[in-house]
Design a protein around this ligand. Structure first.
Ligand code: URP
Ligand code: ZN
Ligand code: ZN
Length: 477
């Protein structure tokens, strides 16, 4: 049909945005939504979504893909397998991390990360930065330059020897965020407490995976969350606390909010669906699969996280996909060995299951509204990282990134997923929904059976200023 008004029309959709639900057809041309309305003219292609909910494509604002690691560890997913997995689970934008190694220039880390992504991604991607070596050159030149070029968010670690910053360094990078309008993401765990506890556990011969959770109790996250808030208050800059795992950290964030501080928070599926028992109830090594930081807590903390999702405490729901194979010398068994918990690479996979888990158990389970689902998984991450309104909503002019939901019983099986990890922590879990179709800029990337996207079609996105935040004029007042 040469003279069709649209490249594609998605008909009879029950469109859900972060604010509304409405029935309409969606007209798509040149990768963008150009019309929303009833009985639109014919498209070159047509998709009938009758009776189906259609949400904006997911924005996974915290995932790790092909991040350089110290040998022998190696991430299982690169931009190809990771972005395929994202597409098949309804995520159309991923924001992994260009990580600076200590001693490395931040600019070099970004160049290296572009080379890793180039020609591989099947959905669009932006980069956060990880600042692990805030030298005067990084603070005065590289970071400001990168922020101006569209890398407007960076993560700071308060733990992990190769990544962590001390409080003075954190103040320095927060000051750069304030001056240049970037958003700092903080990994809040107290490194010294963890080291002290780890040594005591090791001295007592307690080195099985389950002791990872003993070395990182809620208290160490609570203390670091409190400190991160105080540091941001001192500098007077908004921050986002990533992967919040339970009640004591939530209390700190509620306190900050009640005092008018701009403290945003992110949580992840593992804090809703896993507990510390998934790291093992005995000394078996299987629990290494669920070793991540902070560790999953207990049922009571899971409920606190659900409450925080529904009542607005959390701004963003991300996967923190950190893909290491279980039965692999580059994964959870370094050099092929069952090692002490301190040597197990941290992280679990979750890019593909993030949206189906929250849609099924949150929306269809009656715990959160459909609007809240869209806000947490798409609109807010797009706003926080300066990608809205191009990404994160369904409106005229936006990229046609859409998910059509199929309400059907399904069981999570790793064999059906598209990442390169040899397990999912959610194996055997029954869900009530899965994406029937994912569109990225109007192109089908997941048709409900296969990933049909061309490798390399994903585009790099430069991020603007975070629009969740109060806007400051350029430069420090
Ligand atoms: O255990 C985790 N979360 N690994 C990924 C790195 C991080 O801290 O997010
Ligand atoms: Zn982290
Ligand atoms: Zn992470």
């Amino acid at each position: 049909m040469a003279d069709a008004a649209f490249d594609l029309v998605v008909r009879n959709a029950q469109v859900a945005t972060a604010s509304d639900t409405f029935d309409c057809d969606i007209g798509i041309r040149d990768g963008r939504i150009v019309q929303l309305g009833q009985a639109l003219a014919a498209g070159r292609d047509e998709y009938d979504a009758a009776g189906r909910v259609v949400t904006p494509g997911g924005v996974d604002a915290h995932c790790h893909l092909d991040q350089p690691m110290e040998a022998p560890a190696r991430m299982a997913d690169d931009f190809r397998s990771g972005s395929r997995s994202a597409a098949c689970g309804g995520t159309t934008t991923v924001i992994p991390f260009a990580a600076q190694m200590k001693g490395q220039s931040l600019l070099a880390a970004v160049d290296d990360y572009h080379a890793r992504a180039e020609g591989r991604a099947v959905v669009d991607y932006a980069f956060h930065l990880i600042v692990s070596d805030p030298t005067p050159q990084v603070l005065s030149t590289e970071l400001p330059q990168l922020i101006a070029q569209g890398y407007t968010s960076f993560k700071v670690y308060m733990t992990y020897d190769d990544m962590k910053l001390d409080d003075g360094q954190i103040l320095d990078v927060l000051d750069v965020a304030r001056t240049h309008g970037a958003l700092a993401m903080l990994h809040a765990e107290n490194a010294d407490c963890i080291e002290w506890l780890t040594r005591r556990l090791e001295a007592a011969g307690r080195t099985a995976p389950r002791y990872h959770a003993h070395a990182r109790p809620m208290l160490v996250e609570r203390e670091a969350t409190h400190r991160a808030i105080a540091l941001s208050q001192l500098v007077d800059v908004p921050i986002l606390i990533v992967h919040v795992s339970g009640g004591e950290a939530v209390e700190q964030i509620r306190w900050a909010r009640s005092h008018g501080l701009s403290v945003f928070a992110e949580t992840c599926p593992q804090y809703l669906f896993l507990t510390a028992e998934d790291l093992g109830i005995d000394d078996s090594y299987h629990g290494a699969r669920c070793v991540c930081s902070p560790p999953p807590r207990d049922k009571r903390n899971q409920q606190v996280i659900w409450d925080g999702l529904s009542d607005g405490l959390f701004t963003i729901f991300s996967s923190d996909h950190a893909p290491f194979r279980y039965d692999d010398p580059q994964g959870k068994k370094p050099h092929g060995e069952e090692v002490a918990f301190r040597h197990i690479p941290n992280g679990i996979p979750g890019l593909e299951t993030r949206l189906p888990l929250l849609y099924s158990e949150g929306v269809l389970g009656g715990r959160i509204t459909l609007q809240k689902f869209v806000e947490l998984t798409s609109t807010n991450p797009a706003k926080a990282y300066g990608l809205h309104p191009r990404k994160g909503t369904i409106a005229i002019g936006c990229d046609a990134d859409l998910v059509v939901w199929d309400h059907r019983d399904t069981v999570v099986r790793n064999a059906d997923l598209h990442h390169a990890v040899d397990y999912t922590p959610y194996e055997g879990m029954g869900l009530k929904a899965w994406p029937a179709l994912t569109l990225s800029r109007g192109e089908v990337v997941w048709d409900g059976r296969d990933c049909v996207a061309r490798e390399g079609r994903g585009r790099f996105l430069r991020c603007g200023r975070p629009t969740l935040l109060p806007q400051r004029p350029e430069g420090r007042p």
